[in-house]
Design a binder for this molecule. Structure first.
Ligand SMILES: Nc1ncnc2c1ncn2[C@@H]1O[C@H](COP(=O)(O)OP(=O)(O)OP(=O)(O)O)[C@@H](O)[C@H]1O
Ligand SMILES: O=P(O)(O)OC[C@H]1O[C@H](OP(=O)(O)OP(=O)(O)O)[C@H](O)[C@@H]1O
Ligand SMILES: O=C(O)c1cccnc1
Ligand SMILES: [Mg+2]
Length: 553
């Protein structure tokens, strides 16, 4: 590969469908897909017609729901699926010499025009065993899609689910994703920014994600900015024109005199506050008078950071500018946020500056879902969380286990047996219906054979547990939603795709249909996924046919 082609491969290009990640290409797969393709081809299976389901078996994060994501990227992959000349050349060199040359001609002409892809709407809540995608088409081609589709759906869905959980824990508070530096490489970082936005984050610090996906980009500054100043004499400029115009004023002088006034209110000694920190705040305020946000924990939040911040914010106020707030990045975040809010309230009252009471308090530092829930219990005054490591690495569970299993070949059902019933695949071409109660709550997902009639509104339908015979229930739905829709057929995306913020809204709307006990953090109730009477019978008959009878001796 030349240097240029490597650079190109990593390039993310703009297409009619938004941005396309060019790492996503047919060779982004496991070798065994290509060796299987050759063996299928060699044994004359080019005309075999297959149906595969993509599904997972267990919800992540000890939860009872998952958010489905990665569909748009999967469709873009199908659209661009093509082995380039250099791909074919690479495969020729890599596969054994015994491979028929004609196979490479066959590969070079492959496309996904004969593939049909059904999927659940991106951003929907989904559950174990429900096909998130059903892919139909020539066996060889569908098999070749497996790994890439899984890599596109697994992390995207895990990330969107993680973000949605943080969103539930944080309620209406602002959530910013700060994870790029700790993410699983550049592509992991970009995906994390994208899918955490879908899951309910409000913005990201990742500038490229902002540009590519139109996500709001936000940020403050680092401790290095604060420690780069040691005293006020280092300030090269501290002059600022008031917002309404007029003569330059000296922000440094104003801030120093405010700091003196505030020491009695804060019951601290001005000597204890760091002059380097004050200088850093002044210089940042002069650079961003309308966007002044200060990192206050470099030396001591109570004795230095808050005092210096308030002094500079009041100096800015003298010139008609409103500061934004503070970020606290260490210590007891509940306690310090309460202290900070108290300071802001007192200043607001004493100097009659109403907006001061509502200054933003951002907290960061190794925050995860549990920290947010614990902070809620303790009582805090944080308005915004900046979250990196735990969010983007999905530290609590680093992978979602979506699999891609054949369920039908040439019209005949296929089934993978397992000692573990949870791993037995649901054979045949199936559809999925979500049944809703009168109040709009999702009651159950019902899997049926595609040949069966859809359940009808206000008509009683029997829903069975797929494996436990005694577990069954009648449901009379007030609404029936067919979950699998056709997205790709005859070489085209046939359903208009939502943009990122529409998918983000879909996540919240879909979560609202779940009862609170299914979404709670501790010991949530599982959502029921059932099969129809016919599918139950079909599954168990086939199971008996396929399971060998052992002989004891
Ligand atoms: N009130 C709180 N309740 C629960 N967890 C908290 C609270 N305040 C902070 N935390 C969490 O506790 C951990 C504290 O981290 P750590 O022990 O590294 O201390 P630190 O404050 O970062 O210290 P340092 O000043 O050395 O950086 C972080 O994960 C943080 O999110
Ligand atoms: O804590 P996270 O959830 O990953 O959020 C992002 C962190 O990244 C920054 O820290 P930095 O990289 O400067 O290192 P630190 O660990 O010393 O704070 C920032 O100050 C946050 O603490
Ligand atoms: O803008 C910030 O405050 C930020 C960005 C990335 C990581 N930590 C903090
Ligand atoms: Mg940190």
């Amino acid at each position: 590969m030349t240097e240029n082609t490597i650079i190109e491969a990593y390039h993310i290009t703009e297409t009619r469908l938004g941005h396309h990640n060019r790492i996503v290409q047919p060779l982004l797969t496991d070798l065994y897909q290509i060796t299987m393709a050759y063996a299928y081809w060699k044994s004359g299976k080019t005309k075999d017609f297959s149906v595969f389901d993509l599904f997972f078996r267990k919800n992540p994060f000890q939860g009872e729901f998952t958010i489905f994501a990665g569909l748009e990227e999967s469709l873009k992959f199908l659209k661009r699926f093509h082995y380039s000349e250099s791909d074919i050349e690479y495969l020729r060199q890599t596969l054994p010499d015994t491979i028929d040359d004609e196979f490479f001609d066959y590969l070079s002409k492959l496309n996904t025009n004969d593939v049909t892809l059904y999927a659940v709407e991106e951003g929907s809540v989904v559950f174990p065993r429900v096909p998130l995608m059903r892919i139909e088409g020539p066996l060889i081609i569908v098999q070749l899609l497996e790994t890439t589709l899984l890599t596109l759906v697994n992390y995207a869905s895990l990330m969107a689910t993680n973000a949605a959980r943080y969103r539930m824990a944080a309620g209406d508070l602002k959530l910013l994703e700060f994870g790029l530096r700790r993410a699983q490489g550049p592509d992991g970082g970009l995906s994390a920014s994208k899918y955490s936005y879908i899951g309910g984050f409000d913005g990201t610090s990742n500038v490229l994600a902002g540009k590519l996906f139109n996500i709001p980009v936000k940020g403050t500054h680092a401790h290095s900015y604060i420690t780069s100043f040691t005293d006020l004499t280092e300030l090269k400029t501290c002059m600022l024109i008031p917002k309404a115009g007029g003569e330059f004023r000296n922000v440094s002088q104003l801030a120093i005199s405010w700091r003196l006034k505030l020491t009695s209110l804060f019951k601290v000694v001005s000597m204890e506050a760091s002059d380097g920190e004050l200088a850093a705040f002044i210089s940042f305020a002069v650079a961003f008078p309308d966007g002044f946000m200060a990192l206050v924990d470099t030396y001591d939040v109570k004795r230095s950071g808050l005092l210096n911040f308030c002094a500079v914010a009041l100096a800015l106020n003298d010139l008609g500018y409103q500061a934004i707030g503070i970020r606290i990045d260490s210590g007891d975040l509940a306690y310090l946020s309460n202290v900070a809010r108290q300071f802001f309230l007192e200043i607001s009252k004493k100097y009659d500056i109403p907006w001061f009471a509502g200054l933003t308090i951002m907290a960061s530092n190794d925050i995860n879902e549990e920290t947010i829930l614990s902070l809620n219990d303790q009582g805090h005054k944080i308005d915004c969380f900046g979250i990196g490591t735990h969010l983007v690495t999905c530290q609590r569970q680093p992978a979602l286990g979506c699999v891609f299993k054949m369920v039908e070949l040439n019209g005949q059902p296929r089934m993978k047996l397992s000692q573990d019933v949870g791993k037995v695949t649901m054979p045949g071409r199936k559809d999925v219906y979500r049944l809703y109660s009168e109040s709009g709550d999702a009651l159950i997902d019902l899997l049926q054979k595609s040949s069966e009639e859809a359940p009808q509104v206000n008509q009683k339908v029997l829903c069975r547990h797929p494996f436990e015979e005694s577990k069954r229930a009648y449901v009379t739905p007030s609404k029936v939603e067919k979950l699998l829709r056709i997205y790709w057929k005859d070489g085209q995306i046939i359903e208009p795709l939502p943009n990122l913020s529409e998918i983000r809204n879909k996540v919240q709307a879909s979560l609202r249909t779940l009862r609170p006990d299914i979404k709670r953090n501790l010991n949530p109730t599982p959502f029921k996924v059932a099969v129809s009477y016919n599918l139950y019978k079909f599954l168990h008959d086939l199971w008996l046919q396929n399971a060998p009878i052992g002989e004891l001796s």
